[in-house]
Design a protein. Structure first.
Length: 361
């Protein structure tokens, strides 16, 4: 058996993002690195501009020496904290904590999400435990309801760029329709690769309306989206961003989300996170009957509470409602929020860091 070292390994995909990165920053602040080495698994990605001195385990290089290095770290580190890749325990003396990519809406029962040998799996509510236990194929007693660390960023505004933003901002976070692995999640096709906007004239019309309303609409495609299907570009008030843009500006995605006045999404887990902000939500779910992956919840409409958008006109009406401050679904969202979150604050990272410190001391 390999010896266990005082080392904590973090994983997310993309690297340096999501729940893992938010927890990593909390543990940095606590100076845990004084007694534990902190390492990141990276697929060749550069760390954020403020974290250039992060210890890296680079998995982009497939040579024998580097593979040996990877498995050595994975077999000898005391704690493995992971989020996207279903990592397996290589040493029975290790502690494996899955932070999860979010509360699933899309069906994942046939996908290996957690890995073998997990000890704890993060969750947001006791009400979800039976559902997640079945869907993720994990023991219900392994679920810890401490909240997602990334949600803490919803309540922060550290970025100078966001502080200087004067207009209202609506964020659009679609899930993938065409996965990078070339599988199609829906039989419905979209001329520009996204719902609601069918041609360049639609895009220009939308940009003009946004200008009149003094709103910025920011769309960030899903990391798994095959970008060759997208034929959209940034205009004056319609902006397309990706993880590289966020990283270059030293910004966490959830900081940007927290600054928004409303959310447009579909079957993305960000829906549950955004409930914490008590702000308007709209759904582009016109392919709900065709979405091949299916859903975790038997009646998805009982869970997704917000404005349904089926065409560009619906989108324009929703933007006008956001601009005027109307929020028709506030009370219905409140019910789902309280059902799906045991903790409604900005302290999830602290709770999980406290939990880990108790494990290692």
């Amino acid at each position: 058996m390999f010896p266990i070292k005082n080392r904590i390994v973090f994983e997310s995909n993309p690297s340096f993002s999501g729940n893992s990165y938010a927890l990593f920053k909390e543990m940095q602040q606590r100076n845990i690195s004084a007694s534990y080495q902190l390492f990141w698994i990276s697929n060749g990605e550069e760390p954020p501009i403020n974290d250039k001195n992060i210890n890296i385990i680079d998995i982009s290089r497939k040579d024998f020496r580097n593979l040996c290095r990877y498995y050595w770290f994975m077999a000898t580190s005391k704690i493995i904290i992971y989020e996207n890749r279903p990592l397996d325990k290589l040493n029975q003396k290790q502690i494996m904590i899955s932070l999860q990519h979010g509360t699933p809406i899309k069906q994942v029962a046939d996908i290996k999400m957690v890995g073998y040998g997990y000890d704890y799996v993060l969750c947001t509510s006791n009400n979800l435990n039976p559902i997640l236990s079945e869907v993720l194929h994990v023991r219900e007693e392994s679920l810890i309801n401490l909240g997602f660390p990334r949600n803490d960023y919803l309540f922060k505004e550290d970025s100078e760029i966001l502080k200087s933003l004067k207009e209202k901002m609506v964020i659009w976070l679609p899930t993938f329709r065409q996965h990078k692995n070339k599988t199609l999640a829906t039989d419905k096709s979209y001329p520009l690769g996204i719902p609601l906007i069918n041609n360049e004239n639609d895009l220009l019309k939308l940009d003009n309306i946004l200008k009149k309303l003094n709103i910025k609409l920011v769309i960030k495609p899903h990391p798994a989206q095959d970008m060759t299907y997208l034929n959209i570009k940034s205009l004056n008030n319609f902006k397309v961003i990706n993880d590289d843009v966020l990283k270059k500006n030293g910004m966490h995605l959830y900081e940007l989300i927290g600054k928004s006045s409303a959310l447009i999404t579909d079957y993305s887990s960000v829906y549950f996170d955004y409930l914490l902000l008590n702000r308007p939500i709209a759904f582009t779910n016109d392919d709900i009957q065709l979405y091949k992956q299916g859903f975790v919840f038997e009646d998805i409409t009982e869970v997704l509470k917000g404005t349904s958008l089926s065409d560009l006109n619906d989108l324009l009406i929703f933007l006008e409602e956001v601009n005027s401050g109307n929020d028709e679904f506030l009370k219905e969202r409140e019910i789902i929020k309280n059902w799906s979150h045991d903790n409604l604050d900005d302290s999830s990272s602290k709770r999980i860091a406290d939990f880990i410190e108790k494990l290692i001391h």
